[in-house]
Design a protein around this ligand. Structure first.
Ligand SMILES: [Zn+2]
Length: 458
């Protein structure tokens, strides 16, 4: 049950001296939300509207970034044995009663009721007609696990889900991309037994480290929250065994001394590891999380046949997310890069600027080539995979200087100029956003450079 709780102010102050994500320029703006908003205005990434408070409209360029994050994670999860599933958004309240959400989380959920009760199969029953919009994916994944007979040799079963989730946050608490009502997680649930825990946690921590390293984020904090003093479910031996495994894995994966214990701070259903980042404004965000759960498998009566033939073994559930909320991670990346996206995730990867209108044809040729085989394919349907880049063209009659300046402001990674000399040489004049040095390159060389950058996540 991955939460999105904020880290306490006390903890925040205690940690003020810790590392921070880069950016010195951001001090001039007051908050991360304002800063994000300013970048978004410039790059047209997202917007909001009072008709749906707390739900983000991702604009075309923001959606490009979001899709890259999702594609990145889908590919990593395949490597780690996850199978993606698509599960319902609305469930009858009886499901939420079974999962425990109705008792513990009802106020944070949206109710969904059809306008015409007669369309429901048991319309006279209130419970059969009332639905809750899901705040979490776990119950849906438990139901898939429970649909089939399971044996020990199938475990671990790993499901991933990028579904939208809704939580009814108070309207006054809504803020930018970090405090929202509708969001998406790179959510995953692992059904396993005690012998799998070390490996699964180690895999998850490695995935967390590798993922953040791609974004140049290396300073991450790990916290292990252990069994609460009083209210907890399951026997103490299981808790102790699980906690000692988590400690060992944290030592070997996060590194000795690189994690802290929050004694008694675990959820009542199991111990957990929280991963925190500090944004450019020294605010801490919980991003990744790994939570063991002894409770939900019991509520859903999940069973598998064990190696010794007993038919009622209960799996342990691990909830885990690496990015956490994609909206929140998007905000962290906005702070981190300040709009200077690395090439591979940049929604504006290159722009071609023909010097005058006689160069437009050649410029369009290059644009077409760099946009890749989705556009260039000769067949009626385009291929599913390939290298396809976001390349624009600026044909306006403005000066080269003015168009280049605007391209830099919009954050294009590469600016490609084209004049008589270039056409005579069969090359293009290529410069980056940050360096005015011009390099002459052929179209093949540019396309290959883009492929190399994407492959290296640069
Ligand atoms: Zn979960």
């Amino acid at each position: 049950m991955i939460g999105l709780r904020r880290v306490s102010r006390v903890l925040l102050l205690r940690r003020l001296s810790a590392y921070r994500l880069l950016s010195t320029k951001v001090k001039e703006v007051e908050s991360s939300t304002n800063s994000n908003h300013a970048i978004s205005m410039r790059q047209l990434l997202y917007t909001t509207d009072e008709t749906s408070p707390g739900s983000i409209f991702f604009l075309p360029h923001g959606t490009r970034v979001l899709n890259k994050l999702i594609q990145f994670m889908k590919n990593q999860q395949i490597k780690y044995g996850f199978q993606e599933v698509v599960t319902p958004l609305i469930f009858k309240t009886k499901l939420w009663k079974k999962s425990g959400h109705w008792d513990n989380y009802k106020e944070d959920m949206f109710k969904v009721v059809g306008n015409d009760a007669s369309k429901d199969e048991v319309a006279h029953s209130h419970e059969e007609h009332e639905y809750g919009l899901k705040p979490m994916n776990c119950p849906g994944h438990c139901m898939i696990f429970a649909k089939f007979n399971r044996t020990y040799n199938e475990l671990p079963v790993r499901y991933s889900d990028f579904s939208s989730l809704h939580r009814n946050e108070a309207s006054g608490a809504l803020s930018g991309l970090t405090r929202v009502r509708r969001f998406h997680q790179d959510d995953g649930h692992i059904f396993c037994d005690m012998t799998h825990i070390d490996q699964e946690i180690e895999n998850t921590i490695n995935l967390i480290k590798d993922t953040y390293a791609v974004f140049g984020i290396s300073n991450i904090e790990y916290y292990l929250s252990t069994r609460p003093e009083e209210k907890f479910i399951g026997d103490i031996e299981t808790w102790d065994a699980a906690e000692s495994k988590l400690k060992q894995v944290l030592d070997s994966s996060a590194g000795k001394g690189n994690w802290e214990v929050r004694e008694g701070d675990g959820a009542f259903y199991g111990p957990k590891i929280d991963v925190l980042l500090t944004d450019a404004f020294e605010k801490k965000h919980q991003v990744a999380t790994i939570q063991l759960d002894f409770q939900l498998p019991k509520r859903f009566d999940l069973k598998y046949v064990s190696a010794d033939g007993s038919i009622d073994k209960q799996p342990i559930l691990i909830h885990r997310a690496v990015f956490g909320s994609l909206e929140r991670f998007f905000a962290i990346l906005l702070d981190h890069f300040q709009g200077k996206w690395p090439f591979w995730i940049n929604p504006r990867q290159a722009i071609v600027i023909p010097v005058n209108e006689t160069h437009i044809g050649k410029a369009e040729e290059l644009q077409r080539k760099l946009c890749g085989d989705i556009i260039n394919h000769e067949q009626a349907v385009s291929p599913l995979t390939g290298f396809n880049f976001h390349v624009d063209i600026d044909k306006r009659p403005a000066t080269i200087g003015a168009r280049t300046k605007e391209a830099i402001q919009k954050g294009y990674s590469y600016i490609i100029l084209l004049g008589d000399k270039d056409i005579a040489n069969g090359t293009y004049a290529v410069r980056t956003r940050d360096d005015r040095t011009i390099t002459s390159m052929t179209s093949d060389e540019i396309y290959q450079m883009f492929i190399d950058l994407e492959r290296a996540y640069k």
